[in-house]
Design a binder for this molecule. Sequence first.
Ligand code: UPG
Ligand code: MN
Length: 743
Amino acid sequence: METSVLPLNLCHVQKKLLILNRFYMFIHSSALLALIHYRVFGLREMMAKNEGMRLNVLVPYVLVFAAELMLCFLWLVNQGYRWRPVSREVFPERLPEDDKLPAIDVFICTADPSKEPSVEVMNTVISAMALDYPPEKLNVYLSDDGGSAVTLKAMIEAWKFARFWLPFCRKYGIKNRCPEAYFSSLDDDESNRIEFTSDKEKIEKQYEKFKERVEWIKENTSMATSKDHPARVEVINLMADSDPVDAGETMPLAVYVSREKNPSHPHHFKAGALNTLIRVSGMLSNSPYVLVLDCDMYCSNPSSARQAMCFHLDPNKSPQLAWVQFPQKFHNISDKDIYDSQIRFAFKTYWPGKDGVGGPTISGTGFYLAREALYGLANANDADLGELRKMFGPSPEFIRTALRENSSNNHVRNGEKLSTSLLQETQLLASCTFEKNSQWGKEVGFRYFSVVEDYFTGFSLHCKGHISVYFQPSKPAFLGSATTNLSEFLVQNTRWCTGLIEVALSKYSPLFYGPPRMSFLQSLCYADLAYFPFFWLPYWCLAIVPQLCLIRGISLYPAISSPYFIPFVFIFISANLKHLQEVISSGLTIKSWIYEQRMWMIKSVTCYTYGTINTIMEKFGMKEASFLPTNKADDEAQIKLYQSGVYDFRVATMFMAPICTLIILNLASLFLGGVEIFRGRNFDAMAVQAFISMFIVTVQYPVIEGMFFRKDIGRVQQSAIVLSASLALAILALGAILLPSGF
Ligand SMILES: O=c1ccn([C@@H]2O[C@H](COP(=O)(O)OP(=O)(O)O[C@H]3O[C@H](CO)[C@@H](O)[C@H](O)[C@H]3O)[C@@H](O)[C@H]2O)c(=O)[nH]1
Ligand SMILES: [Mn+2]
């Protein structure tokens, strides 16, 4: 046995951050205890004094206290990821020889060529085929949920172009292997040799031709997607005419899969598509590892496969390692990322923290997963065929591949025609009835329980004892298109919140389901993700109750002269400084801190609120689950607004109204309360409430601008303003009726 083998990867605990985090947890929680102490005693005092028993004073006090308790609880579950943040390092040069590397199946999902432009999707396909990995060990599967002829034809074109692109990349060691990104980037670090320059010109022309052909296909083929079509599996290598341009160049296997769709069968959105790919690929290549990509997430750095293998092939790794997650990064983030489209918090702060306590959750795209983990065969070792059918469905051929009883079917790549029986089998595996009476979506494959299939599948695998790893390379491995307009962003976030609340309000609620199955800290991390949409409860409350009381002169917070004023101020400052520290150590500036605060408030009163309502309606059967893919097609005017940091308020009234109502209400309370305070009444006791309104109004200033001062297309629509003003008036009137004057 060799003992001096150098490790393939290292894990570093971020010691300084760990100490800072734990110190912060300690002092912040002490201040929270002081706050609770103040509230409990305040309540007792109120009860003791007879006049204090007036319900209309007690109710606002109790509401604010309840909101604060909720915030304390959410703060508490938010600490899991702060406990032990880590970072990782890999040494791909220490990997075994190419011929000893395991094969990888790449899964790319697309659903609709009008929302997900084919050229962009094909760039993802091409960049995946061009990963720095032995091509005979790379198999790229594209799932087309729209069953669109455009996508199939475009994929054939992509494959033909890749036959030139791959040798070019290999020959010159091109680092950016997504053609669109490569040709539009200015930094050209390749050599300037004459041969290279002429080759580059040639390939660029071919790329332009490829794009033209895809455009031609789009113009001459129906762009319609269908919810009712048979299964179709095509091996692109066999379809593209195979005049051997570069004889000797091995190409990865490329397969187009469009599963059968039928309106009377649930299709489970992306999770359903991925499960079909698992089965079909099991028949055709059956690689032990799987890379999952969204159709817009191209491989920006071809090294990711080898980097991931530094974990999966580590001889010292735990046999439980199921996936290596890379961060989601985006190519279209503005310096002024006003919507926090990059989801900084998750990928820069949260995931490294989770990595220290059991591993990050699956983030939908950019992860290398061990196929076996999805089969859950560990407990089914000596299951008989009957039991296996109950798990995997009625295909003995597929079961054999899952048990790895037949060697992988490499004949497909070698140019042999797909045998009719094999083809029929894949079609059966992609049919919409195949999963009936099986464990697909439950115990096998990606889980269907929630529309955030990534979160729930990760949770489920972690509950089964698997672990995962988060790796952030210095050069981003994958780049996608983030949603950069408010409308799209709010719809997407509402979908996520709906999915998370589905889990939070179910028997899988992480604080209950997690602890017997995973560490408490890891359960906290999952709980935090599932519960954060509940922020809407305290946010609504704190945006209305203190304000109405301010107008009526009812004090809900300690006076400046009271010793309890200190913990309140401390909590506010400490929480915000911590947030600021996390923003700054993510490499951003104080501006991003304000953007995040703003979006947090906006999302709370819209996405989080509607997400909860959606889930409750689904539970009562009043609404069906849905997954509307985001729009990835560019809208020039909208991109311009985002790039210049101007909010685009062309948003459905349903989203705009809650935001505007609360802002108008806060403006009114600031004004009316301010007048009273100016008259010399009770400033000492009302200061905190005045500050809350002031804070909200200041942070949300761009919305005020959008309502009253902007004239461009992105301003808030008149109808939304009128509706919001009326709603705000109604709330004010209600306050005036229900609350006694404290002056
Ligand atoms: O019925 C569907 C719906 C979507 N998709 C594909 O799923 C991917 C993600 O969809 P997108 O519209 O980009 O949603 P996002 O909200 O941006 O996706 C994030 O959130 C999802 C969970 O809600 C995860 O699955 C994704 O990986 C993650 O990037 C895309 O490639 C779609 O083509 C399908 O294949 N079938
Ligand atoms: Mn997306």
